[in-house]
Design a protein around this ligand. Structure first.
Ligand code: AMP
Length: 353
């Protein structure tokens, strides 16, 4: 019975462990917080990312290591890869940790992006505002998530405020895209290179945080082959193994690459009940070298994120086709604490619910 090691003990690790139980898998989660919520369902080792003694013990106890958290330091991922199998590989992780490297990769595989420029100084920013135009978003190259590490510029008058807000961190300035919609591809690639995607997911964000997802996204027949092709080329270029997400904007009917996440993703949570095999189970199958599962949708699904605190569960549980997920986390503003997924056979049924 193999043991999967997971770096990071949040809700993604928790849902990976829950998906792995029927496969007979064991887990060991490492996190520096003693109350990491995956620790409620799997053994938790408390250690910092640079505690190499503790990580050596972790590596000895696991057959393969993977991530719930993409900002594990590249040094730690590389070190770990010399002590155990690590999927996705550390290079894939480090490219997706850096918005500049990630957008450069998108360009190389033929995926357009919003206009952007690399920013290392206030002068770079002032010049980039001229070239990229406004409105624009200044984003830190690293460690940004859920809209954190971002500043929106309405005009060139905001340059000083934006530079101060990001405290001089290496960044990119990105044109603000008045997109028609946001889509994501949840893709999975196996150790022997087989690649599958789930149907496209449509996403809505509020204040930079995912609020709702709907899948399969309607009206995407023409775009889907392009989106899947981009995802496949990215996965092949990175020799990626496991589940990942590619987040896209649709603007003037064209796809633009926003970012990728080198892990299971919030916009794929609907696959737990809404697809034949979930993104979590498929990630585990991929990193273990097992055959991939069927990514077909079973009907239509809507996923609603609970951010900050949970609403009452009872009305959701009373609804046919509704599924409740409480991550076992303390309520806190801006924190993802749970989600619900409502599944139905048709759009009319889903609307009713
Ligand atoms: P990110 O962390 O870069 O994925 O940004 C979070 C969310 O902010 C995205 O999903 C969009 O809703 C919005 N956003 C980010 N970048 C842009 C952009 N260049 N233009 C318009 N909206 C954006």
């Amino acid at each position: 019975m193999p043991t999967i090691g997971i770096l990071g003990g949040g809700q993604l690790a928790r849902m990976l462990a829950l998906a792995g139980a029927p496969l007979g898998l064991r887990f060991l989660v490492v996190d520096n917080a003693t109350d990491a919520c995956a620790g409620q369902v799997a053994p938790l080792l408390r250690a910092d990312w640079r505690d190499f003694d503790a990580l050596a013990g972790f590596a000895r106890r696991v057959d393969v290591a993977t991530f719930d958290f993409e900002n594990v330091p590249a040094e730690t991922a590389h070190w770990l890869a010399t002590h155990t199998l690590v999927f996705p590989n550390p290079r894939a992780l480090s490219i997706s940790q850096d918005r500049l490297a990630e957008k450069t990769l998108f360009g190389e595989i033929g995926l357009d992006t919003p206009a952007f420029a690399a920013i290392d100084s206030r002068d770079d920013l002032a010049r980039a505002v001229e070239h990229v135009g406004c409105p624009a978003i200044l984003k830190t190259r690293r460690l940004g998530y859920d809209g954190k590490g971002q500043y929106r510029l309405k005009s060139a008058a905001d340059v000083d405020a934006a530079w101060a807000a990001l405290a001089g961190a290496p960044s990119i300035l990105e044109a603000f895209v008045p997109f028609e919609r946001e889509l994501s591809v949840i893709g999975v690639r196996s150790r022997d290179g087989e690649f599958r995607t789930y149907p496209l997911t449509r996403n809505w964000h509020a204040e930079g945080i995912l609020s709702a997802s709907f899948a399969p996204a309607s009206g995407t027949d023409a775009l889907a082959p392009h989106a899947f092709g981009h995802a496949r080329r990215i996965a092949e270029r990175l020799d990626y193994v496991g589940t990942f997400a590619l987040e896209l904007f649709v603007h003037d009917g064209r796809l633009l690459g926003n970012e990728m996440a080198p892990r299971v993703h919030n916009s794929g949570h609907w696959t737990i009940e809404g697809a034949a095999c979930s993104q979590f189970e498929n990630h585990l199958r991929a990193v273990l070298g097992l055959p991939l599962g069927d990514t077909a949708a079973l009907g239509l699904s809507v996923m609603l994120n609970w951010v900050g605190e949970l609403p009452p569960a009872t009305p959701v549980l009373a609804e046919p086709g509704a599924h409740w997920h409480d991550y076992g986390k303390q309520a806190r503003a801006g924190r993802k604490v749970g989600h619900a997924t409502v599944c139905a056979a048709s759009a009319a049924h889903l609307r009713d619910r």
